[in-house]
Design a protein around this ligand. Structure first.
Ligand code: NAD
Length: 270
């Protein structure tokens, strides 16, 4: 039996994770259970029922302020950089596995996670959507076949509140394509165009960013050549896609030895 804890349980992703873990526990009650919900110390939501926060109704599982009060084998953590790193230390000391979805770690922080993964199994994934991770894989394969004749453009659309552009996912698509073609994305990326310039260089990878409304996240890779266009498109319509991917990662990780993994490992796409 895999006992799963969710930290940041009152956050946007945390509530979806509670819902996704609970749904999985209902489908496979002999395999996994939601046994802990943790939230930021000092939050007014401490002591609330995690199911009620997630809109599921009462589950009898109270939101706790610290990992030391919680009972779990594996922690799913979509919180903030500082909180996730503290949780990595705790899980390393206690021998607990982790799925980390928090984004924005710098190289030094990644090194801390890499070091902990010598002792415990960790999945670190800035995008846990199964469909998007398949797209990362396919984008490189498609580029290898099509790039000889095709211009490659990456178009992404997000809600009006998103302040960074292009999205991290769009950049990751660009990196997968550049790597598969032996190019350096830092040298071949073109971010936006305006005015009169040179005709398009086939060796570049273009990025176009659209912001508006409540779009959760759309990404298209366009391979445009003379006489045909091939498009690879992913559309996220709910955060539940990231939560369900995290639960899939948790189930897979529970059977792995210590090490640092990502969604490509989880999905067998290496
Ligand atoms: P959010 O702000 O709604 O939730 C984060 C929660 O963590 C907050 O409620 C905060 O109070 C809580 N928190 C902070 N410190 C804590 C601590 N010490 N202990 C427990 N809880 C603590 O943000 P969100 O939209 O849920 O996103 C959370 C993270 O997940 C971000 O880094 C975001 O970029 C990332 N994210 C990743 C994916 C993915 O696919 N990997 C998808 C969506 C979001």
């Amino acid at each position: 039996m895999l006992n799963i804890g969710v930290t940041g349980a009152a956050g946007r992703m945390g509530r979806c994770l509670v819902e996704a873990v609970y749904a999985a526990s209902q489908e496979q009650s002999n395999q996994l259970a939601l046994t802990a919900a943790i939230h930021r110390p000092g939050s007014t939501l401490l002591g609330s029922d995690a199911g009620e926060l997630a809109g599921l109704g009462r589950l009898g599982l109270h939101v706790e302020p610290s990992l030391s009060q919680a009972d779990f084998d594996l922690l799913i953590d979509f919180t903030k950089i500082g909180a996730s790193l503290t949780n990595v230390d705790y899980c390393q000391a206690k021998g607990k596995a982790m799925v980390i979805g928090t984004t924005g770690f710098d190289e030094r922080q990644r090194e801390q996670i890499r070091a902990a993964a010598k002792d415990i199994p960790i999945v670190l994934a800035a995008n846990t959507s199964v469909g998007m991770n398949l797209c990362f894989h396919l984008a490189g394969q498609m580029a290898r076949v099509l790039a000889e004749d095709a211009d490659i453009e990456i178009i992404e659309t997000h809600h009006r509140h998103k302040i960074d552009s292009p999205s991290g996912t769009a950049v990751r698509l660009g990196e997968e394509i550049a790597d598969s073609l032996g190019r350096d994305l830092n040298e071949c990326a073109v971010y936006g165009r305006q005015g009169i310039g040179e005709p398009r260089n086939r060796e570049t990878i273009g990025f176009a960013t659209i912001r508006g409304g409540d779009v959760v996240g759309d990404h298209t890779v366009l391979f445009a050549s003379e006489g045909e266009r091939v498009e690879l498109t992913h559309k996220a319509s709910s955060r539940m896609t990231f939560a369900r991917g995290a639960v899939r990662a948790a189930k897979w990780l529970s059977k792995q030895p210590a090490g640092l993994y990502d969604m490509q490992d989880v999905l067998g796409l290496r």
